[in-house]
Design a binder for this molecule. Structure first.
Ligand code: DQA
Length: 153
């Protein structure tokens, strides 16, 4: 057994994602937020990672969570909801974070309304996963594990 502490991945969800399962299921599917968090938690455990989760409808809560992750979490997986498209405070907070950042969306924003085509998070993300529904959570954790094992952040 190693004495090394289990690396922590922070999973963040922005506004309205607490309504998953009820909200526009034709776009976002029928799985709830708890279902997606369970998927990510299982995938993390399979890779020897611990997962922490926060959902908030308030931009400032997400900024504070990103600040608290600095020097503590090895990666952030973030589905910022509509904040993706205009929240420069998230851009700046993630820009000041030095671990892996995966931007995650259930739908494919680029195939939807034009205002969803801009992501202010993408420029400070290591990579983006979009349009693959709930499977994206396992893929995001897998990407984190791969990036950590290759030393790439
Ligand atoms: C979303 C896409 C955003 O455009 C939207 O505002 C959301 C969810 C997604 O997961 O597909 O709230 O981030």
């Amino acid at each position: 057994m190693s004495d090394e502490p289990t690396p922590v991945v922070l999973l963040l969800h922005g506004p309205n994602l607490n309504l998953l399962g009820e909200r526009e299921p034709e776009i976002y599917g029928s799985a709830t937020l708890a279902d997606h968090v369970a998927t990510a938690t299982e995938a993390a455990a399979a890779h020897g990672l611990a997962l922490e989760h926060l959902q908030s409808n308030a931009e400032s809560d997400l900024v504070d969570a990103i600040h608290r992750a600095r020097g503590r979490c090895v990666a952030i997986i973030v589905n910022p909801g509509a904040l993706t498209h205009y929240a420069w405070s998230l851009h700046d907070a993630l820009g000041a974070y030095d671990g892996v950042v995966i931007e995650l969306h259930l739908s494919n924003p680029n195939g939807r309304e034009p205002w969803r085509h801009t992501s202010v998070v993408a420029p400070v993300a290591t990579g983006t996963i979009a349009g693959l529904g709930g499977h994206g959570y396992a893929l995001a954790v897998e990407a984190v594990a791969r990036l950590l094992s290759t030393g790439r952040t």
